[in-house]
Every structure is written in C-alpha cells, then in structure tokens.
Design a protein around this ligand. Structure first.
Ligand code: FE2
Length: 130
C-alpha cells in the first residue's frame, strides 16, 4: 500500500514544480514498497539512490528559478534543501553500512519532510513566481 498519495492540497500551482513533486511522491512510495515487499538490499539501495539523485535535480531546478527572479527567500529555502540532502545522505550511509531498520525511518522522514516543505516553503516560492 502506498505510504501517501498526491492530492490537490499539495499543488503549488506551478506546472514543473508540481510535476516534480508528483514524481517525488511516487519515488518515496516506490522506496517504501520495495522495503515492504522485502526486496533485497541491493534493490532498495538502488531505489533510494535514484530518489536522492532526482531530489537533487529537483532542488537544482527550484533554485535556478529562485536565482532567476532574485527571490528574497532564496538563502533560507536553499538552506532547507541542503539540510535535507545532508540528512538523507547520513541515513543512506547508515543503510549502506547495514542498518536496514533505517528504511522505515527514511521513508517516513521523506514523506513528512516533503509534505511540510511543499505546503510551507514551496507554496511561497510558487506564489513569487506568479
Ligand atoms: Fe523546495
């Protein structure tokens, strides 16, 4: 069962940002499913790596837009992105070194982070882009 689903509450009203977020929700669910289905560490690790890479690409796209419009909230928003990447990398390293219990923690952490970040931080950015 999906860990969470996309709903209109999550829409920031900006096409590429919404599309990226939908894909992130799908990828967090895939990671959660792989774990729930008892997939091997290699598969789970790969799904997680893809998720981290896509997250970094998505952050890069948002940050390019912020620079383009000289967004005043850029430093704080960028700091939130950087912090998330640091935290996920730490969890990823823990997983890679054998702590499989971390998988539940990682998917819940990503879900909660994404929901809060979209509703608070990204909605402000989307409003500024309009
Ligand atoms: Fe963001």
């Amino acid at each position: 069962m999906a860990l969470f689903t996309w709903n209109d509450d999550l829409s920031v009203g900006h096409t590429f940002i919404d599309d990226d977020h939908k894909k992130l929700v799908t990828m967090v669910n895939s990671f959660h499913d792989a774990m729930e289905q008892g997939r091997g560490r290699e598969v789970i690790g790969k799904v997680l790596r893809n998720l981290v890479v896509y997250t970094q690409e998505h952050f890069g796209r948002e940050e390019a837009e912020m620079r383009r419009i000289s967004y005043p909230g850029f430093p704080a928003h960028k700091a939130a992105h950087d912090k998330l990447i640091r935290e996920v990398t730490e969890l990823q390293n823990g997983f890679a070194s054998g702590n499989t219990l971390l998988t539940v923690k990682i998917s819940l952490f990503l879900r909660d982070w994404l929901l809060t970040h979209i509703k608070q931080t990204d909605k402000l950015l989307a409003a500024a882009l309009r």
